[in-house]
Design a protein around this ligand. Sequence first.
Ligand SMILES: Nc1ncnc2c1ncn2[C@@H]1O[C@H](COP(=O)(O)OP(=O)(O)O)[C@@H](O)[C@H]1O
Ligand SMILES: [Mg+2]
Length: 297
Amino acid sequence: MAQFLAVSNRKGGVGKSTIAVMLAHAAAAWGGRRVLVMDLDTQCNASLMLIGGEGWDKAARAGHTIADYFYDRFDKVAEDESAYVVGNVGDIAHARAAPGRVSLLPGSQRLEDIQGELYLKVSKKDLDADAVSVQVRSRMKRLMKHFGMDFDLVILDCPPGLSFAALAALDLADRVIVPFRPDFVSQFALDRVALMIEKVETGEQLADIPFEQRRYACLANTLRGEGAERMLLDQLALDHPLLDARMPLLDSIARAFDWDETKKNMEEKYADALPHLRALHDEVFGAPALRARTAQA
Ligand SMILES: Nc1ncnc2c1ncn2[C@@H]1O[C@H](COP(=O)(O)OP(=O)(O)O)[C@@H](O)[C@H]1O
Ligand SMILES: [Mg+2]
């Protein structure tokens, strides 16, 4: 069974999609993993990064998006879900014999509407509102879980909102990476997302969960190397597990966001961001706790 890794934060623009795609490329290129990126955001940024606007239009027209998948398969037992997946995406060249590749379940602007329709469908069954929500979420979770059979790693690029799909993804995830920008509102954003992931209501309850038992780890992104950042990170590290790996603010990372068809190697694509990505990859995929989890699954 695949490992499910969510990239999530209630705030937009913190680098969720960027980090999701970087980790996907790294896990495929360096770890030889078969990786699926599941794009759960209606903004579809991860999809645009991996297959470009034209590729995404084509997938949407063919009915091969995550919204189509949830809608078509909601009431059905498992069928061949690979029809919805676009294989060998992204602009990293992999050796022909290498097992590692990145695939994509493309995002859709219709994902939110579809969730509304699924809710109505279930609510016809004479259940109360809470029970309907639980059912929609748990079916979506099962549908996501199906992909675990075909891949080694499934990266869930989460939207900032709390849609059913987002909640199902957080529920399913073995581990959650929470990227953040080191500004004065980040503490608040991390507190909120941590409560949700650990399913507790207060900061006191959260504080009772030891760091090594938490499912999430925070990733400082867009660092400028200023002294004030250091203080903020030290402060955050009192309340939340922070990854040692950190991502500076770099043009090479910003550029990696733009779709580019030409296949290249990791060095060419990520340039001066490469050592930081390497550190992140090793910390996330080399962590013994994480390996133990995967072994149990
Ligand atoms: N470390 C970084 N250095 C430079 N630009 C970055 C970095 N991380 C993210 N960005 C840029 O910030 C913007 C928002 O990133 P994105 O991944 O879309 O965030 P989110 O998915 O959280 O909304 C994008 O333009 C991206 O290129
Ligand atoms: Mg995003």
